[in-house]
Design a protein around this ligand. Structure first.
Ligand code: PLP
Length: 437
């Protein structure tokens, strides 16, 4: 059983972490990657990660959800190897792989009539928001408390009012123009009236409403159908666009994304993460007449990127989506494992008499330490952050990698098994028992 990496038992991890701290600010390449110990992984295989000192972790972090089929999925790696023998990068014209990827997306995603490829989820949401502003000739956008859409300025505002317990600061970064922050309005998830109030207060100025259909960046707030249908109707009535940010939910919850599950079709959809099972790829898809604004010859919205549609990202995305299309049991399996985990956790929490709410959808699960239900961010203000972090820390220390930060969700990939879920539940019983005391 792993113990937390420490200076005494993690010589290699520590050496890597120390070397990193000397040349990389904070020793990591993304603000949320430092998790309090010298973690450095050297091998990945299916549902497991192995660190530099030989500890093996059952991975529920899944690179923030970018790992969907499992680490180093053979079907994806084979496609990457084949792509390595083809053309590397030309910066001109289009490759067959890019065409096949766009065709696939158009085939499986209800809102997609055409698609542009990006390298990441942030680039996709930035492009979608720029497009929405261009086609509506309006300046404001609405997003929801707790929703995360990437690192760029248009989505840096996060909460209606401080204190923001999810990310600790609002906007998420300094160095952003007040105008950019002020152009982002924040509403409460699952609360249509809060959106209507913003439309009333800012007549004819709202270009788009952007949402994670399930805000997984704060665990899993599952939307009511009424709320999402209400957003669809409202944005249509008000002449603004509805953008589903399916960077996490896309391909994970259903081949057609969460829009297929809930039966509501947005104007634009953004993708990233699991789409290419750990390789860099993303995209924006949507109605043709909107997407045509990206047309370099006839449109008016700049869409550029040296690495967009790069052969490795395209090959990985195609292999991942083709696999999912050919294996619908991926969804029945991950959903059943997710349900097994959630049911098991509910039983343990009830037995231990811990006030908590187990949430999730499909293979995603999280435990809020609050009395339910949890419908919006407002409810999450009651979450016991210390208990949340302690639970994830305890699990990670036992070899079940769950990011020890409040509100972070966990992911079951196509490589997890029933036996592993049951083993996770056994460990959860021990960890939660220590919290119950
Ligand atoms: N949208 C959502 C819902 C996300 O969770 C993220 C990343 O966490 C992004 C967009 C940004 O994607 P990327 O980190 O690939 O830029």
């Amino acid at each position: 059983m792993p113990t937390p990496p420490s200076s005494t038992d993690s010589p290699r991890g520590l050496a890597i972490a120390e070397a990193a701290a000397a040349v990389i600010p904070g020793g990591v390449n993304s603000s949320t990657r430092f998790i309090g110990a010298p973690y450095s992984f050297v091998a990945a295989d299916g549902a497991y990660l192995t660190d530099a000192d030989g500890r093996r972790y059952l991975d529920y972090h899944a690179a923030f959800g970018a790992i969907l089929l499992g680490h180093n999925a053979p079907v994806v790696n084979d496609a990457i190897r084949a792509a390595l023998d083809g053309v590397d990068l030309t910066g001109i014209g289009v490759t067959e792989a890019e065409v096949r990827l766009a065709q696939r997306i158009v085939e499986v995603i209800p809102s997609a009539e055409s698609m542009i490829a990006t390298m990441s989820g942030s680039e996709a949401t930035a492009q979608a928001i720029r497009l929405a502003r261009a086609v509506t000739d309006r300046d404001l956008i609405i997003k929801f408390q707790g929703g995360f859409h990437g690192w760029h300025d248009a989505v840096a505002r996060n909460v209606i009012s401080a204190p923001d317990r999810a990310y600790g600061r609002d906007p998420l970064s300094k160095g952003i123009l007040d105008q950019a922050v002020d152009a982002t309005l924040i509403a409460e998830f699952n609360d249509l009236e809060s959106v209507e109030a913003l439309f009333d207060a800012h007549r004819d100025r709202i270009a788009a409403v952007i949402l994670e259909p399930i805000p997984h960046n704060v665990g899993a707030l599952v939307p009511t159908t009424e709320f999402v249908e209400g957003l669809r109707k409202l944005t249509e009535q008000q002449g603004s666009l509805l953008i589903f940010d399916e960077v996490i939910t896309g391909f994970r919850h259903a081949l057609g994304g969460y829009q297929q599950v809930i039966g509501v079709t947005p104007d634009l959809t953004t993708f990233g993460k699991g789409m290419a099972n750990g390789f860099p790829a993303g995209g924006v898809a949507g109605r043709r007449e909107l997407m045509e604004h990206f047309n370099g010859r006839t449109g008016d919205v700049l869409m550029a990127g040296t690495f967009n549609g790069n052969p490795l990202g395209c090959a990985a995305a195609l292999a991942t989506i083709d696999y999912l299309a050919g294996h619908p049991e991926f969804y029945t399996r991950t959903h059943a494992l997710g349900e097994r985990m959630r049911t098991g956790l509910r039983g343990i929490l009830a037995y231990l008499d811990i006030e908590a709410t187990v949430v999730g959808f499909g293979g995603v699960f999280a435990v809020y330490f609050l009395a339910g239900p949890a419908l919006g961010y407002r409810d999450l203000m009651r979450n016991d952050d210390a208990a949340y972090v302690a639970f994830h820390r305890g699990m990670t220390d036992r070899g079940f990698l769950m990011l020890p930060m409040s509100l972070k969700r966990n992911h079951i990939s196509g490589s997890h098994t029933e036996e592993e879920v049951d083993r996770t539940l056994e460990a959860a019983r021990d960890v939660l028992a220590t919290l119950a005391r």
